[in-house]
Design a protein around this ligand. Structure first.
Ligand SMILES: CC(=O)N[C@H]1[C@@H](OP(=O)(O)OP(=O)(O)OC[C@H]2O[C@@H](n3ccc(=O)[nH]c3=O)[C@H](O)[C@@H]2O)O[C@H](CO)[C@@H](O)[C@@H]1O[C@H](C)C(=O)N[C@@H](C)C(=O)N[C@H](CCC(=O)O)C(=O)O
Ligand SMILES: Nc1ncnc2c1ncn2[C@@H]1O[C@H](COP(=O)(O)OP(=O)(O)OP(=O)(O)O)[C@@H](O)[C@H]1O
Ligand SMILES: N[C@H](CCC[C@H](N)C(=O)O)C(=O)O
Ligand SMILES: [Mg+2]
Length: 482
């Protein structure tokens, strides 16, 4: 319980004394004494249910200007989601001391997980929040979204802090940034991995998509904070420009990086050796136990985040030699009877597919066989480009289903196939995996992309939506006879 005056500045005496017992953004979760944020969304307009929220006990309501609120104190704000987030952050009060955020089209989950692992090796109590859920040393709890809604986010940060977690890395998705899902607590450092086509169903064009991500550097990270950039992406310089204009401390990593320069990278059987030039400590060699250029990039961004928030650079670089693979990201799940390894990867964009195939290519003495699809009710324009990257990077391509949601799966496959001449179509994902297993010879590699850690196929939308249990790694093992 707290005074409204502690959550919102500049209130008159009477309003400042209103007692607030909870914060909510869904009218079905409003309890007596709640501060309610009523927002217009893509599917629902919560402004229509303000009377219900007040009947349920809301004592104050934040909305955009001009909305009618009767029977509770009304706070009008041009950016109501932001105003609510800032008030809610004060309500929850406590958050881990060191909070860092990662944005970018691909690599967010990998980076928050690797950053958590590095911190843990350095002896900190650390957690990550993102697509995999909330991960601590002891457990993983699912949230359903990459960036949870603001109330879930703040409540979890408060809970983690109460459990003694001092360091948290979280994924800032473009949807999350656009909807102010992570405002409020002090973010000490923010990182950018890369930008390529995804989510244009929501953001409409690449410039708007980029702009949504740049809010992380323009507004969310603390003014005296740090910004870590993968320097080798075609969008990196523009992103760095945002951080420079804000006066953030810059840490660039990669072949063009200043803080950690990647001098050389050589694949080894189970990983890769990296030659680095690290600011303040000089040249270092490290054996990273993860394969592929993209995983080296994510490891360096994660190292950058740890160093930028005060960790000892030499200890951080040493920690890279002991990181564990990230679930569903180039995870080696099974071996076929003919001896071909089967990898599971979460590539669901054209760029990610290219990166995953490039990562595996040096390890394939024979053919690279790719099995993948594309999600329904998501950016449709990426589908032919995913097909094109698959036929460019693999020797055999099998197009199948991946969460068709409310769309006709045959049309999704047809769209992918329009960019993938010569690809095989197999609607049923298990049958597609079985076909790949059947085809693979010794020396070949199979990659099953798009679902990574996911545990189901999402079919239908709205009330008709169902999730059929499906785990690529389990099916791969079963079809390989393991
Ligand atoms: C497009 C999108 O991002 N939608 C998310 C967003 O919706 P929205 O704000 O438009 O909400 P809405 O459902 O229209 O409702 C508007 C408001 O009314 C409230 N409400 C709603 C219903 C009701 O009965 N009463 C009520 O008060 C809601 O709490 C909300 O505040 O906020 C909702 C509540 O937090 C989310 O559930 C919803 O996620 C949908 C299900 C979703 O699929 N989101 C995906 C696309 C997403 O966010 N993905 C990103 C990136 C993925 C990645 O690349 O990793 C992610 O961060 O996960
Ligand atoms: N740095 C990178 N560069 C290019 N591709 C990458 C990079 N990191 C990851 N990928 C590809 O993207 C896939 C997803 O990686 P990850 O889950 O870390 O990204 P994400 O940004 O969290 O994705 P999402 O938007 O779904 O949350 C990987 O399986 C890989 O195929
Ligand atoms: N976070 C991403 C995951 C996509 C994974 C893929 N399996 C799909 O369903 O499209 C999204 O919601 O767009
Ligand atoms: Mg993610």
């Amino acid at each position: 319980m707290t005074r409204l005056g502690r959550l919102i500045d500049g209130l008159a005496n009477a309003e400042a004394e209103i007692q607030v017992t909870a914060v909510a953004i869904d009218h079905r979760q409003v309890t007596r004494g709640a501060l309610f944020g009523a927002f217009r969304g893509a599917r629902f307009n919560a402004e229509d249910v303000i009377p219900d929220a007040i009947a349920a006990g809301a004592v104050a309501v934040i909305t955009r200007p001009g909305v009618v609120v009767e029977g509770a104190f009304h706070i009008e704000a041009d950016e109501p989601r932001r105003a609510f987030a800032l008030a809610a952050a004060r309500f929850f009060d406590r958050a881990p001391e060191t909070l860092v955020a990662v944005t970018g089209t691909n690599g967010k989950t990998s980076c928050v997980e690797l950053t958590r692992q590095i911190w843990r090796q350095l002896g900190h109590s650390a957690a990550s929040i993102g697509t995999l859920g909330i991960t601590t040393t002891d457990e993983q709890v699912k949230t359903g979204l990459t960036t949870p809604d603001i109330v879930t986010f703040l409540a979890n940060l408060s809970g983690l802090s109460a459990e003694g977690v001092s360091h948290v890395a979280f994924e800032a998705s473009s949807h999350g940034l656009d909807q102010y899902r992570t405002e409020g607590p002090r973010v000490a450092a923010a990182a950018f991995t890369n930008l390529s086509r995804d989510h244009l169903d929501y953001h409409l064009d690449m410039d708007s998509y980029f702009a949504a991500k740049m809010r992380l550097f323009d507004e969310v990270v603390a003014a005296d904070g740090a910004a870590v950039f993968w320097a080798d992406d075609e969008w990196s310089d523009r992103a760095i420009g945002h951080a420079s204009r804000r006066g953030l401390r810059l840490f660039t990593v990669g072949a063009a990086g200043q803080a950690i320069r990647l001098l050389d990278r050589q694949p080894t059987a189970l990983g890769q050796s990296l030659e680095l030039d690290v600011a303040t400590i000089g040249r270092r060699s490290v054996n990273l136990p993860l394969i592929g250029a993209y995983q080296a990039a994510n490891a360096l961004v994660s190292a950058g985040l740890a160093i930028a928030t005060g960790a000892d650079a030499a200890a951080v670089i040493d920690a890279l030699a002991r990181v564990q693979p990230v679930r569903g990201r180039l995870e080696r799940a099974a071996l076929t009877r003919s001896g071909a390894p089967i990898y599971i990867d979460y590539a669901h964009t054209p760029d990610a597919l290219a990166a995953a195939l490039a990562a595996l290519r040096p390890h394939a003495h024979g053919r690279l066989i790719a099995v993948f699809g594309a999600g329904g009710d998501r950016d449709a324009g990426k589908r032919p480009a995913m097909g094109a990257e698959a036929v460019r990077g693999a020797d055999m391509v099998i197009v199948t289903d991946d969460n068709p949601r409310g769309e006709d799966p045959a049309l999704i496959r047809r769209s992918i196939l329009s960019g993938a001449p010569g690809a095989i179509e197999m609607a049923d994902r298990r049958a597609a995996i079985a076909r790949a297993v059947d085809e693979a010879q010794a020396g070949d590699i199979i990659v099953i992309a798009g679902k990574g850690h996911e545990q189901g196929q999402i079919i239908g939308r709205g009330d008709a939506m169902r999730v059929l249990p499906f785990d690529d790694a389990t099916v791969a093992r079963e079809e390989a006879g393991q």
